[in-house]
Design a protein around this ligand. Structure first.
Ligand SMILES: *Cc1c(COP(=O)(O)O)cnc(C)c1O
Length: 401
C-alpha cells in the first residue's frame, strides 16, 4: 500500500490525537529511516530522544532476540534474573542507591509523585493529604490525568479535569519564586533541567544549583525529570551535570531502552525509595526480564560507544554552525549537546512549514510549540552527517519566504 492509502485508513480508524508529518516509515538503521516508497530520511527527532542509540541498534537487537527466546515476563509475583542487574547498573549510572522500574515515562512521573508524598507524610510529618509539590510553568511530564492537571498548557489540560489538588506552579528559571512558594507542606520540587517539549528552554545559569540549595535548606526533595534530557542527549549523562547538581530523585525513560520497548525508572536514595512497602505500588509489565535485558544493553551501548561524548562534541559543532545561518526567520538558537531548538520569529508563520520543507529535503524533524524547530538526532551521528543535514537546513531557512 502506498503512503496516501495508509494515511486514509489511519485517519479513518485511528483517533486523531496526533498531527504527524505525512511520511510512513517502515525501516530504520542508525540515524536513517526509510518510508514505504523507499525514500531515505535522516531522523532528526529520534522519537523524542528514545533512540539516542540509533534505530535498531545491532547490539540491543541481539540482547532482545536472545532474551525473547528465554523468558519475557514473570510479573513481580516472582523474581527474574535480569532485574537485579538492571537495578544495580541504573543506580551506578545515576550515582544513586535504589531504583524502581516502570514502563512509560508518565508512569515513572506518577511513581515519583507517590514517592515524594509518602516521604512527606512518613519522614517530614506533613499532615495527611496536605502534601504540596511545586512544578514549573511550561512543564511537560506526560499525559495522565494527574500530570495534565499541573500542566500550564491549555491543549494538554482543558476538558480533562477535574484535577487533583496538591500542585503549585512557579515560573521556570526563577529561584526566588521557588523559595517563596515553599510552605511547611511542600514535599518536592519537580522540574525538567531543560524544558524540551516546552521549546528547548534552558534556564539561567546557576538555577539548578540554586534550586538544589533551596530544596536542601527547606527539607524539600528535588526531583529532576530527565526522561528526555538524560542519557547523553544534552552532552552529559544527565543534563543537571552541566551545573554539577545531583537531585534527590531522577526520573528516566525514553532512551533507557534505546527505543526498543517502554522502560522507565525512578532512581533515588535508600531513605526515599525505601518508603514503599510491598503491595503499595506496581505494574504488571514493569521490571520484566525482556525490558531489563534491553535496558541493560542500551545503557552499555551508550557508554561503550561514547555516545555521550559524541553528543557533547557534535552538539557544540552543530549549534555553532546553526548560529552562522543568515536567515531573517531565526530568532534564537538554543542548544545543550544534541538537544537543539531553533526558535523562529512570529512572522515566519510557524515552524511546521519549515519541518514540511525539510522533510522534502530528506530530513525529519518536528516543531515544538508553534515557533521552535527541535533538532535531536540519534547520538550515533557523525560530523559528516551533521554537515549533510546542515546544508539542507541552511537552504530551507534561507530560501523559504
Ligand atoms: C516524554 C516525556 C515524558 C512522558 O513520557 P511517556 O513515555 O511519553 O509517558 C515525561 N517527561 C518528559 C520530560 C518527557 O520528555
Amino acid at each position: 500500500m502506498n503512503t496516501r492509502e495508509l494515511i486514509n485508513i489511519e485517519d479513518k480508524y485511528g483517533a486523531h490525537n496526533y498531527h504527524p508529518l505525512d511520511v510512513i516509515l517502515t525501516r530504520g538503521e542508525g540515524i536513517w529511516v526509510w518510508d514505504v516508497e523507499g525514500k531515505k530520511y535522516l531522523d532528526f527527532l529520534a522519537a523524542y530522544s528514545s533512540v539516542n542509540q540509533g534505530h535498531c541498534h545491532p547490539r540491543i537487537t541481539k540482547a532482545l532476540t536472545e532474551q525473547v527466546q528465554k523468558l519475557t515476563i514473570t510479573s513481580r509475583a516472582f523474581r527474574n534474573d535480569q532485574l537485579a542487574f538492571l537495578c544495580k547498573e541504573v543506580c551506578e549510572l545515576a550515582g544513586m542507591e535504589k531504583m524502581l522500574p516502570m514502563n512509560s515515562g508518565a508512569e515513572a512521573v506518577e511513581t515519583a509523585i507517590k514517592t515524594v508524598r509518602k516521604w512527606g507524610y512518613t519522614k517530614k510529618n506533613v499532615p495527611l493529604d496536605k502534601a504540596e509539590i511545586i512544578t514549573c510553568a511550561g512543564n511537560f511530564h506526560g499525559r495522565t490525568t494527574t500530570i495534565v492537571g499541573f500542566s500550564t498548557d491549555e491543549l494538554y489540560k482543558k476538558y480533562f479535569g477535574p484535577y487533583p489538588d496538591g500542585f503549585v506552579t512557579v515560573p521556570f528559571g526563577d529561584a526566588a519564586a521557588l523559595e517563596a512558594a515553599i510552605t511547611d507542606n511542600t514535599v518536592a520540587f519537580m522540574v525538567e533541567p531543560i524544558q524540551a517539549e516546552g521549546g528547548v528552554i534552558i534556564p539561567p545559569e546557576g538555577y539548578l544549583k540554586q534550586a538544589r540549595d533551596i530544596c536542601t535548606k527547606h527539607n524539600v526533595l528535588l526531583v529532576f525529570d530527565e526522561i528526555q534530557t538524560g542519557l547523553g542527549r544534552c552532552g552529559k549523562k544527565f543534563a543537571c551535570q552541566h551545573e554539577n547538581v545531583q537531585p534527590d530523585i531522577f526520573i528516566m525513560g525514553k532512551a533507557l531502552s534505546g527505543g526498543f520497548y517502554p522502560v522507565s525508572a525512578v532512581v533515588s536514595s535508600e531513605e526515599i525509595l525505601g518508603v514503599f512497602t510491598p503491595g503499595e505500588h506496581g505494574s504488571t509489565f514493569a521490571g520484566n526480564p525482556l525490558a531489563c535485558a534491553i535496558a541493560r544493553e542500551a545503557i552499555r551501548v551508550l557508554q561503550e560507544e561514547k555516545l555521550i561524548e559524541n553528543s557533547e562534541k557534535l552538539g557544540a559543532y552543530f549549534s555553532e554552525k546553526l548560529r552562522t545561518i543568515k536567515s531573517r526567520h531565526i530568532k534564537e538558537v538554543r542548544a545543550r549537546g544534541l538537544l537543539i531548538g531553533v526558535e523562529l520569529h512570529k512572522a515566519a508563520g510557524g515552524a511546521r512549514r519549515f519541518c514540511e520543507a525539510l522533510m522534502k529535503e530528506g530530513l525529519l524533524c518536528k516543531e515544538t510549540h508553534e515557533d521552535t524547530i527541535r533538532f535531536a538526532p540519534p547520538l550515533v551521528i557523525t560530523r559528516d552527517e551533521i554537515d549533510w543535514a546542515f546544508e539542507r537546513i541552511e537552504k530551507i531557512l534561507t530560501t523559504l519566504n
